[in-house]
Write a protein that binds this ligand. Structure first.
Ligand SMILES: [Zn+2]
Length: 173
């Protein structure tokens, strides 16, 4: 997920966490709705890219992964519906039934993300997602692997190296 200066996603800064956490939650909720699964079965995490661009706040990554040990191959299903996967999070952020000021249980909040409620601001998230989806489109979605213990992808190298802790997921870069 690239941004262009003066917009920045500076690592460790509160506005960065608000923007990326909100978008992550919107993507996870959108994916859950598309697959008709329970919200907690699909989660999203983010980090600054491990590059100079990431350190300078110009690149971040969001990963979508499922939480069930024997989960269905949701990533294939969602990749095939990439256009919807870009549009639906924006709809969730733009159109809250309560027309709330930042976030509420009708749009982005849930019990499972209760510790992040203070970070969820649908206006900030929509702004970032608008820029990202306009500039990147569905081609920037990639299948990826995720090391569950460390939280972020290591090399996608089949089952062997990371064993059962590796899950396939989707990366938004
Ligand atoms: Zn709301």
């Amino acid at each position: 997920m690239d941004v262009v200066a003066p917009m920045q996603l500076k690592p460790g800064h509160y506005p960065t966490d608000v923007a990326l956490r909100t978008v992550s939650e919107a993507i996870a909720k959108a994916g859950s709705q598309m697959l008709e699964i329970e919200p907690g079965e699909l989660m999203a995490e983010y980090r600054p890219s491990l590059t100079a661009e990431g350190r300078n706040g110009l690149k971040a990554e969001i990963f979508l992964y499922d939480t069930l040990a024997d989960g269905a191959d949701f990533s294939s299903q969602l990749v095939e519906r990439g256009t919807e996967l870009f549009q639906r999070p924006l709809q969730l952020m733009n159109a809250c039934p309560e027309d709330c000021d930042a976030s509420c249980y009708r749009c982005l909040r849930s019990f499972k993300n209760k510790f992040e409620h203070i970070l969820l601001d649908r206006y900030v998230g929509a702004e970032l997602w608008n820029i990202y989806s306009r500039d990147n489109g569905r081609n920037s979605i990639r299948r990826d692997c995720r090391n569950r213990r460390h939280g972020f992808p290591a090399t996608c190298g089949g089952k062997g190296r990371l064993g059962s802790r590796t899950k396939t997921g989707l990366a938004f870069r």
